[in-house]
Design a protein around this ligand. Structure first.
Ligand code: SAH
Ligand code: SF4
Length: 376
């Protein structure tokens, strides 16, 4: 099988060039062709010597996963379904914000008018079985390769820049698609290094966010290996409820998770952690639970992002009503916390948080187990 150059970070690419008797700058040159110009054909890399192009072409390819479906919602949200082989498919979602022509939508920190966020998947399925998550229900097949993770950004950048006619359509990346990114640690870190690299996508650390359900040792490793903005899926104010919603909590309870968040902030590009909290009607959305949440998160400088639950077939949960969400948020605000309610985007094409299901050939026999549980 040919080497896929989409999966190499800069140092790996430079080492490859050295092995082929070429200077390191050749790697940077080719990376810019691939990642910034979206070129996959070596012949189009016109400032690279023909001899080197031919040698590269004989042993390597630039290959992103094939697109199976490409859907755009009326609100501009766009979703791609990618084939990752052996019957598995993963999804990525692009969320544009602000008008291309509208000054009022300017981003304060950059002066940019337009923000385009790509939500990227890290695994085919997920092994962690959070009860309210469609990906979690599907079971787990495998970790995505670096090329499959970066390939989502490669493809999105390439097709969006043609479609929208702007040079950098993706300004922000969130590792919040299918899968638990910290359970695919090495590949996700290498992929994020490419996202950050000025010779590839040049996304700043503050604009690259990784969301985790709370794998404590991996949060510590991430702090050393690649500190990007961190979001943690909290979803409950106490261990008893979190054990039910996010089963990994039984292994890494809230107290340990929050301590890891505090350690993370020392190295993080932002001086807070974002806590995600999906609002499930009658489960975790009462005013008492909001007060308890205020006490729980006290040790951690944080922002809380309340996510309206996005339904999927047979989820067994309901979305909290608007007034309940507002009342919950107000308790947090009155306690001096920063809290926002995430606007639901792309739900008409099942592209909203937690709706990404792709297609997963479960290797964990989860579906069988569920059926047996139901019968018992
Ligand atoms: N595995 C990681 C990242 C992917 S999920 C994690 O769990 O953090 C991204 C976010 O969507 C998480 O906060 C997750 O809890 C949330 N989510 C999952 N299912 C959801 C649903 N049905 N509605 C709304 N948010 C959901
Ligand atoms: Fe996995 Fe995240 Fe879904 Fe939990 S919420 S099952 S960790 S993808």
């Amino acid at each position: 099988m040919s080497l896929n150059l989409l999966g190499l970070n800069r140092s790996q690419f430079e080492a490859l060039c050295a092995d082929m008797g070429e200077k390191p700058f050749r790697a940077r040159q080719m990376m810019r062709w691939m990642h910034q110009s979206g070129v996959s054909d070596f012949n189009a890399m016109t400032d690279v010597s023909r001899g080197f192009r031919e040698r590269m072409g004989a042993s390597a390819v630039v290959s992103a996963p094939q697109v199976l479906r490409d859907t755009t919602a009326p609100d501009g949200t766009r979703k791609w379904l990618f084939d990752v082989g052996t019957g598995n498919a993963i999804e990525s979602v692009y969320i544009p914000e602000g008008d291309l022509e509208d000054d009022s939508a300017a981003d304060e920190s950059t002066g940019r008018r337009y923000r385009g966020t790509l939500c990227v998947s890290s695994q085919a399925g997920c092994a962690l079985e959070c009860s309210f998550c469609s990906t979690g229900r599907q079971g787990f097949n495998r970790n995505l390769t670096v090329a499959e993770i970066v390939g989502q950004l490669w493809h999105a950048s390439r097709s969006l820049s043609t479609g929208l006619g702007i040079e950098r359509p993706v300004t922000n990346v969130v590792m919040m698609g299918m899968g638990e990114p910290l359970a695919n640690f090495d590949n996700v870190v290498t992929a994020m290094q490419l996202m950050l690299d000025d010779h590839a996508y040049g996304i700043s650390r503050r604009r690259l966010t990784l969301s985790t359900s709370g794998l404590v040792p991996a949060i510590d490793r991430l702090r050393e290996a690649c500190p990007v903005a961190l979001a943690v899926s909290l979803h409950a104010p106490n261990d008893e409820l979190r054990n039910q919603l996010v089963p990994i909590n039984r292994k890494y309870p809230i107290r340990e998770l929050l301590a890891a968040c505090v350690r993370y902030i020392e190295k993080a590009p932002r001086d807070f952690v974002t806590f995600e909290y999906v609002m499930l009607e009658g489960v975790n959305d009462s005013v008492e639970q909001a007060r308890e949440l205020v006490r729980t998160v006290k040790p951690v400088p944080c922002k809380i992002n309340l996510i309206p639950f996005n339904p999927f077939p047979d989820s067994g949960y309901g979305r909290s009503a608007g007034p309940a969400v507002s009342a919950f948020r107000d308790v947090l605000l009155q306690a001096g916390l920063t809290a926002t309610v995430r606007r639901t985007r792309g739900d008409s094409i099942a592209a909203a948080c937690g709706q990404l299901a792709g297609r997963v050939q479960d290797k964990t026999r989860r579906v069988m187990r569920r059926m047996e549980e139901k019968r018992a």
